[in-house]
Design a binder for this molecule. Structure first.
Ligand SMILES: *Cc1c(COP(=O)(O)O)cnc(C)c1O
Length: 236
């Protein structure tokens, strides 16, 4: 198989235009939407092309890969842990990830808290909701999210910044609009808990296939992989 030639700079330009369009359409300020370049499986050389084009937010879904790239790349990058995090691996990234997106159980939150106390840092987390109620996906059920956040209020060195979801894989992104709208509503509900370590400012939702709809529905972080770095090859 021949290597696909990827024009990261051009792809970023197109992605940026699409974000701007979605902001214009919904009356939002572009500054309120953070683009996370999802670089999983991609080589550091390609990530550096995005870095040189101004990207400072990168998303990875594997602990080892995040740590490797963290060590190889410039230190002004914010690394987003967007994958499912096993409890026994929390200690490797708690002081490296700017934001841990996929927290979906109290046990995981408690481990993050414990390791953050040890490393004398504050761990910034998002609660992942299984918004499409899909068996194949991680995330807390929609109706259990408030209860989970309520328990986390008591944990030291952890700050909940909002919610994250991976919406269903659909042909027509409009099909996910309902889910993005439900996410925004849940963030409003949870914010009314008024926990000292709860600030529901972040809605991490939208990927290559549906990020424009997500922005229109209030996403403050979109996670775009394929749209920037091209298709991923998992066979190598
Ligand atoms: C891989 C991944 C993305 C990016 O997906 P694309 O469809 O390539 O944009 C976003 N979020 C999560 C959690 C991912 O694992």
């Amino acid at each position: 198989m021949s290597d696909e030639v990827v024009n990261v700079v051009e792809n970023l330009k197109i992605t940026e235009q699409k974000i701007q369009e979605a902001c214009d359409k919904s009356g939002r300020d572009r500054k309120d939407v953070t683009l996370i370049a999802v670089s999983k499986t991609k080589p550091v050389s390609l990530l550096m092309e995005a870095y040189n084009a101004g990207i400072r937010e990168f998303g990875e879904n594997k602990v080892q890969e995040l740590v490797d790239k963290y060590e190889q790349m410039p230190k002004d990058i914010h690394w987003h842990m967007i994958g499912h995090l096993q409890r026994n691996k929390v200690k490797y990234i708690v002081d490296k990830a700017a934001l841990i997106h996929g927290v979906d159980s109290f046990e995981l939150a408690r481990e993050i808290s414990k390791q953050a106390v040890k490393k004398n840092c504050t761990a910034n987390i998002l609660i992942e909701i299984n918004i499409g109620d899909e068996e194949t996906k991680f995330g807390v059920p929609y109706d259990k999210a408030t209860e989970l956040v309520d328990k986390i209020i008591g944990l030291p060195n952890v700050a909940v910044h909002g919610l994250m979801c991976i919406a269903p894989n659909v042909e027509n992104p409009e099909d996910n609009r309902q889910f993005f709208a439900k996410m925004r509503q849940k963030a409003v509900d949870i914010n009314s808990l008024n926990g000292h370590n709860i600030h529901m400012g972040v809605l991490s939702m939208g990927m290559t296939g549906d990020f424009q709809v997500a922005v229109e529905e209030g996403a403050t972080m979109v996670r775009v992989g394929t749209g920037i770095f091209g298709v991923r090859n998992y066979s190598i």
